[in-house]
Design a protein around this ligand. Structure first.
Ligand SMILES: Cc1cc2nc3c(=O)[nH]c(=O)nc-3n(C[C@H](O)[C@H](O)[C@H](O)COP(=O)(O)OP(=O)(O)OC[C@H]3O[C@@H](n4cnc5c(N)ncnc54)[C@H](O)[C@@H]3O)c2cc1C
Length: 351
């Protein structure tokens, strides 16, 4: 058996410790449209937020569904049957301009999708791409860390999102977007959640009597999925949105009146945790993840040991992590970073 290269987990390889806050929602992603009075104006608001620990994975699928909602809100009503009035054919000149609230992965993928459908789009946000939670994610293409309900309809909707997203990922220029298929090794003691693998997007894991990893011999599983180098991915999103004529405008919304002052009649709300106060959504909650960034190491594989994972991102080897539900303090505590390091050193048999 060929043993894969070991990571350098020495103190001298530590670059920094960071934390990101996942925008989780108890009742699942909010993807719906409503009419709201915002300040002095009534606007159509299409919500697309609450992607928890799965926003990169679900981004393109949710973007398509949000764009469908925009289309449904902006197309002229059909003429009454039998009036002989010819239907109005939608053309770019009839399409209303769209304001996207936010500039993380959800906002930018929605903007890209709407631009491809000939809408004129402006993204308004207090922080853009590389300064958002989206840039902190690893990210593994894996449907975990997200609530999606247990009814037949909820499961079917989630699977539809995943399948759309998967198709869209498969159409990307992988080099430009920083997407690569890698093996992910899981020790046997880590829980296997069948529901993440029964959606026709990831092949089920294969059992291995011995993982090909350095360190203590252990049994486990391997599955293959896409790894997304998020800094490159976020840059590609910004480049696509800009190249297709989308505008990025810095703006902080402190109240609904601020939203009402936007000129656009349709707003797409991709504010993640920012939607909690502005839209009074008490289903949203933060879940902090702490990550230790080690010097970059092109290992070509990932470890998935629950929230103790290791991802070979090109700008840093990422050691995770945790899921601190209810915590939105972005300052990473030192003792959590030490526990993460100790865990990975034990895993690889170095101390
Ligand atoms: C440690 C960690 C690891 C993760 N790993 C993975 C993974 O492996 N795979 C995966 O698929 N996902 C992963 N995720 C989850 C993923 O990062 C999120 O689901 C995703 O980033 C959410 O994107 P978003 O665009 O909704 O939010 P954000 O990236 O937070 O963007 C929100 C946007 O809204 C703007 N905004 C908010 N409030 C206001 C306001 N009042 N006024 C103006 N602008 C405002 C912000 O400036 C920002 O532009 C991980 C997350 C973390 C923290």
């Amino acid at each position: 058996m060929n043993v894969l290269p070991a990571p350098d987990l020495s103190d001298s390889a530590i670059l920094r410790v960071v934390a990101g806050i996942r925008p989780c929602r108890r009742t699942g992603v909010r993807l719906e449209s409503e009419q709201l009075t915002l300040g002095a104006r009534t606007k159509t608001v299409i919500h697309n937020y609450g992607h928890g620990g799965c926003g990169v994975t679900t981004s393109f699928g949710c973007a398509q569904l949000a764009a469908d909602l925009v289309e449904a809100s902006s197309s002229p009503p059909p003429p009454p049957r039998g009036t002989g009035v010819p239907p109005v054919i939608s053309s770019p000149s009839f399409l209303p301009p769209i304001a996207i609230l936010g500039a993380g992965v959800i906002a930018l993928s929605t903007a890209r999708e709407l631009l491809s459908r000939a809408y004129q789009v402006t993204c308004y946000a207090s922080a853009f791409a590389e300064h958002t939670t989206s840039n902190i994610a690893g990210a593994l293409w894996l449907p975990t860390g997200i609530e999606f309900g247990s009814t037949h309809e909820a499961v079917a909707r989630f699977q539809d999102i995943l399948q759309r997203s998967k198709r869209a990922f498969s159409e990307l220029d992988r080099e430009r977007w920083g997407v690569e298929r890698i093996p992910v090794y899981t020790p046997a003691y880590a829980a296997h959640e069948e529901r993440f693998f029964n959606n026709a997007t990831i092949d089920p894991p294969e059992l291995l009597e011995r993982l090909p990893l350095p360190g203590p011999p252990r049994a486990g599983r391997v599955f293959y999925t896409d790894f997304i180098h998020t800094p490159r991915f976020m840059r590609a999103l910004v480049d696509d949105v800009s190249a297709r004529g989308g505008a990025l405008v810095e703006r902080t919304f402190n109240s609904r009146d601020d939203l009402g002052r936007l000129d656009e009649p349709i707003l797409v709300n991709c504010l993640a945790l920012g939607a909690r106060d502005l839209f009074d959504d008490h289903d949203l909650y933060p879940a902090r993840g702490v990550l230790v960034h080690m010097k970059p190491q092109p290992l070509g594989y990932a470890i998935d040991d629950g929230y103790r994972y290791m991802f070979p991102r090109e700008d840093a080897l990422i050691l995770g992590g945790c899921f601190d539900a209810g915590v939105d303090d972005p300052d990473p505590p030192e003792h959590i970073a030490q526990e993460i390091l100790a865990h990975h050193r034990r895993f690889f048999g170095v101390s």
